[in-house]
Design a protein around this ligand. Structure first.
Ligand SMILES: O=C1O[C@H](COP(=O)(O)O)[C@@H](O)[C@H](O)[C@H]1O
Length: 263
């Protein structure tokens, strides 16, 4: 992929959230031009807090600046094999940081958590989640891959994204849309994740990375050959300018990769 990802750097995390809001709402508008809903996948970690700051900010009164939550379908880019109210649950985190704070008058998104009735069997969680995607995006026989309008990703300090970890065999998965992982190097060990072909197929892909703890890995991902083979680097390589990075000054200190000005 010759086209480069877009890198946006704002001075503070509040400004990152403001830019992210604008971007997500642009993606919402583009989605409504294609169909009547907005189908997104979200990550856990630090993302839900920034997303909440972005989406719950007051709007400017125009339709383009309003999240139309009742038309949103929210899926998970990855999830841990734990109950939904467990502190490690990505659903639980999104609920606490965002879903519970959406004013009822705004309308509620439709959210697709994992089936916790099959928690003991990671393969079964993944298979059932893939079924959910097939139902919502069309059967696996009729479409090659599910086409998310937007996937919102985090970047771990080791360069992982979703539950795709550096050097892990799951990075080579080509057939499944959703895969189990039993040996995640970051606890909890058992998780499910969207696979790389699904992530890179999305209409738009956004990484959100803020804070000084991300600066070494961002420099590596954006500026080194080695970084290009890390999971975040592979998303950049395979999806090119469909990818946008939303970062603050602390996360990109010392990064000379060219910045984009406006969205
Ligand atoms: O384990 C996970 O980590 C990544 C990155 O988290 P962050 O706290 O460094 O932003 C996250 O994107 C993923 O969803 C989660 O399961």
């Amino acid at each position: 992929m010759s086209k480069q990802p877009n890198l946006y750097t704002d001075p503070s995390s509040d400004e990152v959230a403001a830019r992210l809001r604008k971007y997500v709402l642009q993606c919402q508008k583009a989605a409504f031009e294609r169909h009547d809903n907005f189908q997104i996948a979200v990550s856990g970690g630090s993302l839900p807090a920034t997303l909440s700051k972005a989406l719950l900010a007051p709007d400017d009164g125009t339709l383009d600046d309003k999240p139309q939550f009742s038309k949103w379908q929210i899926f998970f880019a990855d999830e841990r094999a734990v109950p939904l109210d467990h502190e490690d649950s990505n659903y639980g985190l999104l609920k606490k940081d965002l879903l519970d704070k959406i004013p009822p008058t705004t309308g509620s998104p439709t959210v697709f958590p994992i089936n916790v009735k099959v928690l003991e069997n990671t393969q079964e969680i993944a298979d059932q989640y893939q079924e959910v995607l097939m139902n919502k995006f069309g059967g696996k026989d009729s479409v090659r891959l599910p086409l998310f309008d937007l996937i919102l990703l985090g970047c771990g300090p080791d360069g992982h994204t979703c539950s795709l970890f550096p050097g892990h065999k799951l990075l080579r998965e080509q057939d499944s849309w959703v895969a189990p992982i039993e040996d995640s190097p970051k606890p909890p060990a058992r998780r499910i994740t969207l696979t790389l072909p699904v992530v890179t197929h999305a209409v738009k892909i956004a990484f959100v990375a803020t804070g000084g703890g991300k600066k070494d890995i961002l420099k590596q991902i954006l500026e080194t050959e080695e970084g290009r083979s890390l999971p975040c680097g592979l998303v950049n390589e395979q999806a090119g300018d469909k990818v946008s990075w939303f970062t603050d000054g602390a996360a990109t200190e010392g990064v000379s990769f060219p910045r984009k000005g406006s969205l």
